[in-house]
Design a protein around this ligand. Structure first.
Ligand code: EPU
Length: 342
């Protein structure tokens, strides 16, 4: 167990926000979590679990004990007739896992390529992109309880996944450390190409050969190209991905909005509700490319707030609040933030 005092957190959050952790402990195994739980002072102190810091907005220094999860390892657990089961340490890079599975010949995660962050953070917000969510490929995960130090395995039901949501944002927030995640990659592999931008790529591929079918690697490259064209790379421009969730409304609410804004981008959901494109609404309110202090709205995608250089958390939240107000004023919809605000 490695303990640091006064740890600078700027390198550990993709938005690049300045903050200091009073105490930071690097967790490389379940045993490290147990050592924290059994420690005379750390054991009773409040704790905060930090993964890749890709979905977090730091607005202040952290008095809690920050547990930085660095559990590594990638392995095939089982090759079943109906699926490959793979396991990854929570500290592994998510994109690294996607590329490793593809290189090993276990397809299924290609639509989720290039999502920033760690494997351990992926179930917390039930990451999703281009028609696939983590829960569609989820088998189980291991957690260590921060009160008892005991390891247990949770299945899909126990994780209560929702749209960018799970039990780890709710009842289990701050109570467990996720140490390993297992994914189920169905056999035979079936590509998921229903998303408009992937349909376009498929049409391009089939323009020369009507029967051509993309491989999983090909789809991963398409997804990487699509994301790269409109989402900022956190290594170059600080950001936390989508800053707001796409709001889900009733068909009546949607009809009402369409009556006033016929162009609004919306998607009917299987349960009859309708998802509205928050990026479109923010765009419609004129926010694209705007800046407040050192925080800004990305000029190629209005759902993404970015660090123009030296932003602090409160500036980001001021900008977010102003966006929420103008979207509420025009559409009567209150946008919910997607990253964890600390
Ligand atoms: N749009 C605009 N202006 C903008 C941005 C978007 O008009 O500035 C409209 C466009 O019509 C576009 C539509 O909104 O077609 C939807 O945009 P996009 O396809 O980029 O998807 P999104 O709904 O904004 C969601 C996820 C992303 C994920 C993409 C692709 C959420 C909160 N975000 O974004 O996830 O990559 O779909 O599946 O659900 C993330 O969570 O951090 C993230 C990047």
């Amino acid at each position: 167990m490695h303990i640091e005092s006064g740890a600078v957190l700027r390198p550990y959050n993709t938005f690049g926000l300045p903050a200091v952790a009073h105490t930071l402990v690097r967790i490389t195994s379940d045993a490290d979590v147990r050592s924290v739980v059994d420690h005379p002072t750390l054991g009773i102190a409040p704790k905060f679990v930090l993964g890749g810091g890709s979905n977090i907005i730091l607005t202040r220094d952290m008095p809690q004990v920050v547990l930085k999860v660095e559990v590594m390892g990638l392995r095939l657990v089982e090759a079943r007739a109906d699926a490959w089961i793979v396991e990854a340490g929570a500290g592994e890079s998510w994109h690294g896992l996607v590329m490793w599975t593809l290189a090993q010949g276990y397809p299924g995660l290609e639509n989720l390529a290039l999502i920033p962050g760690t494997v351990g953070a992926s179930p917390v917000q039930n990451i999703g992109a281009y028609g696939v969510e983590l829960q569609d490929r989820f088998e189980s995960l291991d957690v260590v309880d921060l009160c008892t130090g005991l390891t247990s395995t949770l299945n899909t039901e126990r994780c209560t996944f929702g749209y960018r949501d799970s039990v780890f944002k709710r009842a289990l927030a701050g109570r467990v450390v996720i140490t390993r995640v297992r994914l189920r990659l169905p056999r035979p592999w079936r590509p998921v190409l229903g998303y408009l931008e992937l349909e376009r790529k498929l049409a391009e591929l089939q323009a020369s050969d009507a029967h051509a079918q993309p491989s999983a690697q090909q789809i991963a490259h398409w997804v990487i190209a699509i994301r790269g064209a409109k989402l900022p790379d956190p290594a170059c421009i600080g950001n936390a991905g989508s800053f707001f969730k796409n709001p889900v409304v009733t068909p009546e609410q949607c009809r009402d909005i369409i009556g006033r804004d016929p162009e609004i981008v919306h998607y009917p959901m299987p349960d009859g509700s309708v998802k509205l494109a928050a990026g479109w609404m923010i765009d419609a309110c004129g926010w694209k490319g705007k800046t407040v202090g050192q925080a800004g709205v990305y000029d190629r995608h209005s759902l993404v707030l970015v660090n123009r250089g030296e932003a602090i958390g409160s500036e980001v939240m001021t900008l977010a609040g102003a966006i929420q107000e103008s979207v509420y004023g025009r559409f009567g919809i209150r946008l919910e933030t997607e990253p964890v605000i600390v």
